[in-house]
Design a protein around this ligand. Structure first.
Ligand code: AMP
Ligand code: ZN
Length: 107
């Protein structure tokens, strides 16, 4: 999707610093953090929302990426959030998982 901000970010168009990246996902800081740690786990493939996520392998990869990134950063206590649909607060229509944590991490 050419006008999707998260497609542009995961394709490296903005030189965003990735906390983690592999062939299928990228993890970067939320631009407007709601907690001291606020990261977004974003698949490289454009999928509008959880309502359109039919790929079971990718579903697992997204959740395992949360686990891996938190382990790497030493974060043991965190919230994971997926907003689905405008009425639930989804603002960017490229699926993403929020990782939210307190504490003082040097990211
Ligand atoms: P949601 O409400 O679940 O769609 O979340 C969208 C999130 O993306 C919000 O927390 C925004 O602060 C964040 N966001 C929007 N644009 C950017 C950007 N360019 N870089 C990083 N985070 C962004
Ligand atoms: Zn996209």
């Amino acid at each position: 999707m050419s006008d999707c901000i998260f497609c542009k970010i995961v394709n490296g168009e903005f030189n965003t610093e990735f906390i983690y990246e592999d062939d299928t996902v990228a993890v970067f800081k939320d631009i407007n953090p709601k907690m001291p740690v606020h990261l977004l786990v974003v698949p490289k493939k454009h999928i509008e929302s959880l309502n359109f996520l039919e790929d079971e392998k990718l579903s697992g990869t997204l959740l395992q990426t949360v686990r891996k990134v938190c382990k790497k950063l030493g974060i043991t206590d965190y919230k994971t959030l997926i907003n689905t649909g405008k009425g639930a607060g989804q603002e960017v229509f490229h699926i993403h998982l929020h990782i939210l944590a307190g504490g003082n991490f040097n990211l």
